[in-house]
Design a protein around this ligand. Structure first.
Ligand code: GLN
Length: 212
């Protein structure tokens, strides 16, 4: 084997090792945290289930999964973790999907409820209505999403999804569906109103991991 091949191999090995050394917490109080753990592992990092305040200590970032935001909120309060998550998010990246995106917002409507306020978003719960509440579609993300991950459209699974009605000036929309933002970044944080953990494409999780 030529020396350069060995060097290339060594470089890609150390890149993989570097990624695997990144511990990503997945809030595991309620919702589809198992699918997110698997998606984090597929994206090359190491998932850690977060159930207690001390679980937040050794992780580089956190995923708040989909599920039922009112239930998650109640459990967070019971575990004494609501304030701790807000504090965590002031230092480290959080990726919220669906119910997780609702928790990340500044304002929640329909009905209103408390949220972490880590991103300047106004979110309407169950915005697509109750009857036709779930769908699978393909998104055409922004050029920036492609540049930072890889080209190609993105399969998106929506389940009783919220609609992001307002995005503040510091937030950046990376993908939209029917004119509404569905993948939004603000500084270290990321939210999706769809479920990237339910499709084999790991670009959205890779994008989050690249922010750690
Ligand atoms: N409708 C749920 C809520 O309001 C979110 C749905 C989901 O996370 N799939 O919390």
């Amino acid at each position: 084997m030529r020396a350069t091949e060995t060097e290339d191999e060594a470089a890609s090995m150390s890149k993989a090792e570097n990624l695997a050394s990144k511990k990503v917490g997945v809030l595991a109080l309620q919702g589809d945290f198992e699918a997110h753990s698997a998606a984090i592992a597929r994206a090359g990092a190491t998932p850690v289930l977060v159930r207690k305040p001390e679980d937040l200590e050794n992780i580089a970032g956190l995923v708040i999964p989909g599920g039922e935001s009112t239930t998650m909120l109640k459990l967070l309060r019971e575990e004494g973790m609501f304030e701790l998550l807000a504090e965590f998010g002031r230092k480290r990246p959080i990726f919220g999907t669906c119910a997780g995106a609702i928790l990340m917002a500044r304002e929640v409507t329909h009905p209103a409820q408390q949220s972490l306020g880590l991103m300047d978003l106004s979110v309407e719960r169950n915005g697509y209505g109750r009857q036709i509440d779930s769908r699978i579609t393909r998104l055409d993300p922004d050029a920036e999403f492609h540049e930072r991950t890889a080209p190609g459209d993105l399969e998106a699974v929506f389940i009783r999804a919220p609609i992001i009605r307002h995005v503040g000036p510091q937030a950046r929309v990376l993908a939209s569906y029917e004119g509404d933002p569905v993948l939004v970044e603000q500084g270290r944080h990321l939210v999706a109103t769809f479920h990237p953990e339910l499709t084999p494409d790991s670009r959205v999780h890779r994008l989050f991991i690249s922010k750690l």
